[in-house]
Design a protein around this ligand. Structure first.
Ligand code: S3P
Length: 433
C-alpha cells in the first residue's frame, strides 16, 4: 500500500498552479456529452475521478479525444444520443460522477447500473434517488447504497426542497429537469456550489436562480462550448494552509477558481488572521471568477466557525483542522455532519490522526473541537484511503517535530495528480514509498 513520509519541517514558498477543478471537469464532460456539437475543454483535471466520468461517457457512445492530458474534446451526441453501456458504469471513488449520472441517466430510454470502489459503494445514494423518483424515475439502491439500478423512464418536472445542502443532489435534479417535461424548481437550504447552473448557461441553456431557488424548463438543447477549467480551489486549499504555516517568502498560487460558493476556507483563514492577498483576474471564464492568491506565513488564532460557512468550505475541513491545530487557542466546528459521509468519515479520520500526532481534540456528532498551539509530534496516521486526509497530514508535516508517516495514499490521484512533485517544488519534504 502506497504511503508518504513527510517532514519534519520544510517551507512552502515560490509559485505554483494546482490542477484543474474537479467539479467543473466532471460537469464539462457530462454537459459536453449531451450537447449538440463539439465541446473543447482545456485545463481538464486528469485525475482518476474525472477519468471515471470520461470512461462512462465513452461506454455510452460519446467520442472523446484527448490531444493532451489536460485538453479534452467531446463530440456531443445530443440529449437523445446516449446509448446503453454493455456493462455496469464504474464510477471509482467519485461521488460526483455517480450522483450527477443518476440525474443524467434516469430520463434516458435505456437502463444503467452504477457501481464504484469500496468507499463509494458505502455512500448514501437515496438523497439523489428520492427527488428523481418524485419526477417519475425508476431507481433502486441496496439499503440506500450502490449499486444503483436505473430503468430509464419519462420524467416530469418537480418543485423540490432539498433536505440537505448538497450540490450533487441539486445538480442531479437539474440534469433530470433538463430532460423532463415542464418546469423543475429546486430550493436549497443553504447556498452550495453552483457550477452546474453557471456551466449550463455557457452551453446556451436558460436557467434562473432567484434566492435559494433554481428554475429550469425541460427540453432545452445544449450547444457545445469552450470550457477553460480554472485551478481547483479545493486543491489550492492545501497550499493556502501550507503557506500560512511556512511561507518564509511569499507563496503565489495562480489561476485559482474563486466561485463564491467555494471560497469559505479563504474567509475562515482570514478570520484566523492569515496573510492572504487576492489578485482577481479581469473577466471570468464561462461564468467562473479566477484570481491569483499570495500567501505569507501568518500567526493564526483559533475561531468558532459560523455554520453558514460550512457548505462553502465543505471539502476543505481536513486541511482547515490542520490550520486549527497550529493556531493559538481553541477552534470549534459544528453543523458539519455531512463530513461523515464523504470519501471517508472525515470527522472521525481527522480526529484519529490529530490524536496520533499529539493534538488535543474532541469529536462531536456534527463537528470537531481542537486545542491548537504546538503543532504536531511525529507519528503514523491512516488516511483511510481518503485523498484529502492524506494531503492534509502532508501539510501538517511543515509544523511537525518528527516525521509523519501517512498510509493508504494512492487515492490522492483521484483529485490531485502530481501532488508530491508540486509540494516538493515549493519546499515541502514529502516522499512516496
Ligand atoms: C461536489 C459537491 C460536494 C463536494 C464534492 C463535490 C460537486 O458534495 O463535497 O466533493 O461537484 O457537486 P455534496 O453535494 O455531497 O455536498
Amino acid at each position: 500500500m502506497a504511503k508518504y513520509l513527510a517532514g519534519p519541517g520544510g517551507v512552502a514558498q515560490g509559485e505554483l498552479t494546482v490542477p484543474g477543478d474537479k467539479s467543473i471537469s466532471h460537469r464539462s464532460l457530462m454537459l459536453g456529452g449531451i450537447a449538440e456539437g463539439v465541446t473543447d475543454i482545456t485545463g481538464f483535471l486528469a485525475g482518476e475521478d474525472c477519468l471515471s466520468t470520461l470512461r462512462a461517457l465513452q461506454a455510452m457512445g460519446v467520442r472523446i479525444e484527448r490531444p493532451e492530458e489536460q485538453h479534452v474534446i467531446v463530440h456531443g451526441v445530443g440529449r437523445h444520443g446516449l446509448k446503453a453501456a454493455n456493462k455496469p458504469l464504474d464510477m471509482g471513488n467519485a461521488g460526483t460522477a455517480m450522483r450527477l449520472s443518476m440525474g443524467l441517466l434516469a430520463p434516458q430510454s435505456f437502463d444503467s447500473t452504477l457501481v464504484g470502489d469500496e468507499s463509494l459503494m458505502s455512500r448514501p445514494m437515496e438523497r439523489a434517488a428520492v427527488p428523481l423518483r418524485l419526477m417519475g424515475a425508476n431507481i433502486t439502491t441496496q439499503n440506500g447504497r450502490p449499486p444503483v439500478e436505473i430503468h430509464g423512464s419519462r420524467l416530469k418536472g418537480i418543485d423540490y426542497e432539498l433536505p440537505v445542502a448538497s450540490a450533487q443532489v441539486k445538480s442531479a435534479v437539474i440534469l433530470a429537469g433538463l430532460q423532463a417535461t415542464g418546469q423543475t424548481r429546486v430550493t436549497e437550504p443553504a447556498p452550495t456550489r453552483d457550477h452546474t447552473e453557471r456551466m449550463l448557461r455557457a452551453f446556451g441553456v436558460e436557467i434562473s436562480t432567484r434566492g435559494p431557488t433554481v428554475t429550469i424548463e425541460g427540453g432545452q438543447t445544449l450547444r457545445g462550448a469552450r470550457i477553460q477549467v480554472p485551478a481547483d480551489f479545493s486543491s489550492a486549499a492545501f497550499f493556502m494552509v501550507a503557506g500560512c504555516l511556512a511561507a518564509e517568502k511569499p507563496l503565489l498560487l495562480r489561476n485559482v477558481g474563486m466561485n463564491p460558493t467555494r471560497t469559505g476556507l479563504l474567509q475562515l483563514l482570514l478570520q484566523m488572521g492569515a496573510d492572504i492577498k487576492v489578485h482577481p483576474h479581469e473577466g471570468i471564464e464561462q461564468g467562473e471568477p479566477i484570481a491569483d492568491l499570495e500567501i505569507r506565513k501568518s500567526r493564526l488564532k483559533g475561531i468558532t466557525v459560523a455554520e453558514d460557512l460550512v457548505p462553502l468550505s465543505i471539502d476543505e475541513f481536513p486541511v482547515f483542522f490542520v490550520a486549527a491545530a497550529c493556531a493559538e487557542g481553541e477552534t470549534l466546528v459544528t453543523g458539519a455532519e455531512e463530513l461523515r459521509v464523504k470519501e471517508t468519515d472525515r470527522l472521525a479520520a481527522m480526529a484519529e490522526g490529530l490524536t496520533q500526532l499529539g493534538v488535543e481534540n474532541r469529536l462531536r456528532p456534527d463537528g470537531l473541537w481542537i486545542r491548537g498551539g504546538d503543532g504536531f509530534k511525529g507519528g503514523t496516521v491512516d488516511s483511510h484511503g481518503d485523498h484529502r486526509i492524506a494531503m492534509s497530514f502532508a501539510v501538517a508535516s511543515l509544523r511537525a517535530k518528527g516525521e509523519i508517516e501517512i498510509i493508504d495514499v494512492a487515492n490522492v490521484a483521484t483529485s490531485f495528480p502530481g501532488f508530491v512533485e508540486l509540494s516538493r517544488s515549493v519546499g515541502l519534504h514529502i516522499q512516496t514509498v
